[in-house]
Design a protein around this ligand. Structure first.
Ligand code: PHE
Length: 462
């Protein structure tokens, strides 16, 4: 495996990843997270199952992947994080505002993501104490709703999450991200497989399997399609510049295309495994798939409780889930920090502390949406839902659109081909052609149509 050290091979002050595996593991560390085990299943559940998944897969490959590769190109070419990348590649132009919009998106995602991560952290201890050992679906449901509708406990967990993530950020990119994810993602994968085996052998599991694999397109609406596109952006961590930052760490001898494809495939596998662990259980235990944000927390304890050593495995599951969530949060938290540090010249320490405090403040409104702020709504949504909706369905697609247009039309074809082929050493001209068609035409057109129809500007579906 090629050992590349960016700090030696190029102009950068930036710390690079050590190997091909390191690049993929670290990038997956951002992509794999609560999106796979929490959001993917619950959004799929709300949108009718298999047909939604097919549309999601289409968007992940036709929009998510090209945008991810575009971000890699920008990052590696400029050797800078998102805002800096725009500034270096198009000096003196307003393109860098796209980078700033990405910083805001990362901040808003963190505001509700830390709330859910707090539930996951707390569930480690609940599982350990045996407090989740029940085979009664009602008890499982009440345990969760009782917990999140409290005021202090969920808030304190959210702050703990922020403290942990902030501390890792201060410890440095390479040490923090690469080591943890490299070791633990395979373990998470294995545990999910154990969980899937139990779930699909539960009595009544077949309905859940059909829900995941038998598409029924009659349930698809413009809003469903928008949700599938939003999920693709969120899942792959694209449309905010996080992947630009990762691109800047990728060594000059790595293939950006194959990195992107591997990340997308591995990420999709984890989501599907989570779906296969959760939906059979949803039907077997008599829940409904449209339970929303609580789906994971109600069903997974039940699956583990119906197997030997369930309490033990459940604890390990939530430990791994917290680690995956933390990997994703590191990349989110780091986005505003990198901006304040690299563009505005703040020290890393003050950037981290101020960002963390702001996230705690704004994020509290998301956490309290399940208790004292439950009736406080903007555009008909609680703050928790609004942060998720605005970022997934509007801000990331718009930012992704501009990133695609930037790389497709503003950068020269020669530069793009040069970056994708590692200065001509990879023989991938056909791919470069397809990629250019995707970022110039397909992805932008799809984003615009899906956005406008999903937001109700016109209707091509019911
Ligand atoms: N992709 C991450 C997840 O699925 C969330 C994320 C979104 C992380 C955007 C970074 C940027 O959990």
């Amino acid at each position: 495996m090629a050992q590349t050290n960016l700090s030696q091979t190029s102009m950068g002050h930036r710390e690079g990843f050590g190997s091909t595996l390191g690049v993929i593991a670290a990038t997956l560390g951002s992509a794999v997270g609560l999106g796979n085990i929490w959001k993917f299943p619950y959004v799929t559940g709300e949108n009718g199952g298999a047909a939604f998944i097919l549309i999601y897969l289409l968007f992940a490959s036709l929009i998510g992947l090209p945008v991810m590769i575009s971000e890699f190109i920008m990052g590696r070419r400029s050797n800078a994080a998102s805002v800096g990348a725009f500034k270096r590649l198009a000096p003196g132009t307003p393109w860098f505002l796209t980078g700033i919009s990405g910083v805001i998106v990362a901040f808003l995602i963190m505001s509700y993501y830390t709330s859910v991560a707090g539930w996951v952290y707390a569930y480690i201890f609940k599982a350990m104490s045996g407090g989740l050992l029940t085979t009664d679906p009602k008890v499982s449901e009440q345990a969760f709703t009782g917990f999140i509708s409290g005021v202090w406990s969920p808030l304190i967990w959210q702050w703990i999450v922020l403290l942990v993530t902030g501390a890792i950020i201060l410890a440095g990119v390479k040490k923090g991200i690469e080591r943890i994810t490299k070791m633990l993602l395979p373990v998470l994968f294995l545990l999910l497989i154990v969980c899937v085996i139990r779930a699909v052998t539960l009595p009544g599991a077949s309905e859940g399997i059909a829900f995941l694999f038998k598409p029924d397109f009659s349930k698809i609406t413009g809003a469903t399609i928008l949700a599938a596109m939003g999920l693709a952006f969120f899942k792959l961590s694209v449309g905010m510049g996080v992947m630009t930052t990762y691109g800047s760490y990728i060594g000059k001898s790595e293939s950006l295309f194959s990195t992107g494809v591997k990340v997308m495939l591995a990420d999709t596998c984890v989501s599907m495994l989570a779906g296969l662990a959760i939906f059979p259980a949803v039907f077997a235990f008599g829940f409904t798939p449209d339970k929303g944000a609580s789906l994971l927390f109600m069903t997974i304890p039940m699956v583990f409780n119906s197997m030997p050593f369930g309490g033990f495995f459940l604890t390990i599951f939530f430990i791994l889930a917290s680690i995956a969530a933390t990997g994703a949060m590191i990349s989110l938290f780091n986005t505003p920090v990198a901006y304040l540090n690299e563009e505005l010249g703040w020290s890393r320490k003050s950037a981290t502390v101020v960002t963390g405090l702001m996230m705690a403040l704004i994020g509290s409104t998301a956490t309290l949406s399940n208790s004292i702020l439950a009736n406080f709504k903007l555009f008909g949504m609680t703050m928790f839902d609004l942060f998720g909706y605005a970022t997934d369905n509007i801000m990331m697609p718009l930012t992704g659109l501009i990133i695609a247009l930037f790389v497709g039309w503003r950068l020269s074809k020669y530069d793009v081909a040069d970056e994708l082929s590692n200065g001509g050493s990879l023989n991938n001209r056909t791919f470069v052609k397809f990629y250019l068609i995707a970022v110039r035409f397909v992805a932008p057109a799809a984003i615009i149509v899906v956005l406008l129809s999903g937001l109700g500007f016109f209707q091509f579906l019911k």
